[in-house]
Design a protein around this ligand. Structure first.
Ligand code: GLP
Length: 247
């Protein structure tokens, strides 16, 4: 596992974008595993700038997103499809037909998840999976306690995640209670993992994930077993690790 220290959010975004850009440059028809949340927005801005400068071409890229709220359509401005269009896809030359997000409107969870696993297989797997991290160590929407061996599945969101994500909704009561998420098994099958973290609210989760016991109670801790993980985190997110003398 590589840990790249960044000064602040902008530095983290730039450094992480450079890593993702190098994957696209080396393999223009790669498959990117993408993430939502506030953390990767700066990274996406850097990718857009690289595209605008003529340094990146997304025309042959495929993308697979980690998760989607169950019940939200892509037109809903809180859906992750909407987020991806607004923060990346609408600004680069990616073919939207090659971008995938779980179908939040599919009511049959088994079908939605089986379809998504099939999509991941049909594009030949994920070359680089971008991950943010929840304050409780969740990745995608794999909440604490979920079995590591799951592929895409439907989850009940925890109270803490609903509260954390309520800032994007009118009120906490509007946050969907369920989501479709790629499972840890899908994430671990990606060739490379790029985890980004910013701010002191992530310090505890990052410390437990990178240096604590590997346990489903801290979903990101499984990443210790992946052979190619790069963490790009700013000083605040790394503060506890530093305090413990581990960095
Ligand atoms: C959501 C997403 C995760 C994301 C997490 C943290 O729960 N499903 O993929 O990592 O939020 O979000 P943020 O980056 O806004 O802290």
């Amino acid at each position: 596992m590589r840990i790249i220290k960044a000064k602040d959010y902008d530095d983290m975004s730039r450094k992480a974008a450079n890593i993702m850009a190098s994957v696209i440059t080396l393999d223009p028809s790669c498959t990117l595993g993408l993430a939502t949340g506030s953390t990767p927005i700066g990274l996406y801005k850097n990718l857009i700038a690289a595209y605008e400068n003529g340094n990146l071409d997304f025309s042959k890229v495929h993308s697979i997103n980690l998760d989607e709220y169950k019940g939200l359509s892509g037109d809903n401005d809180q859906s992750y499809r909407y987020f991806m269009n607004a923060n990346l896809f609408d600004h680069v030359n990616i073919d939207k037909n090659k971008t995938y997000v779980p179908n939040g409107l599919e009511e049959d969870s088994d079908k939605a998840c089986a379809d998504y696993n099939e999509i991941i297989r049909s594009v030949g797997g994920i070359d680089i999976q971008l991950l943010g991290i929840g304050g409780n160590g969740h990745i995608g929407f794999n909440e604490p306690g979920e079995a590591f061996e799951k592929e895409t599945h439907c989850v009940d969101l925890t109270e803490s995640t609903i509260k954390a994500n309520a800032r994007f909704f009118e009120s906490m009561y509007e946050v969907p209670k369920q989501a479709y998420t790629m499972g840890i098994k899908n994430i671990m099958a990606a060739k490379k993992i790029l985890l980004v973290a910013t701010g002191s609210a992530k310090a505890d989760a990052l410390y437990k994930s990178l240096y604590g016991p590997i346990t489903p109670n801290v979903p990101a801790s499984i990443l210790q077993l992946h052979q190619d993980v790069t963490v790009v985190a700013d000083e605040d997110a790394l503060s506890l690790i530093k305090e413990k003398g581990l960095l």
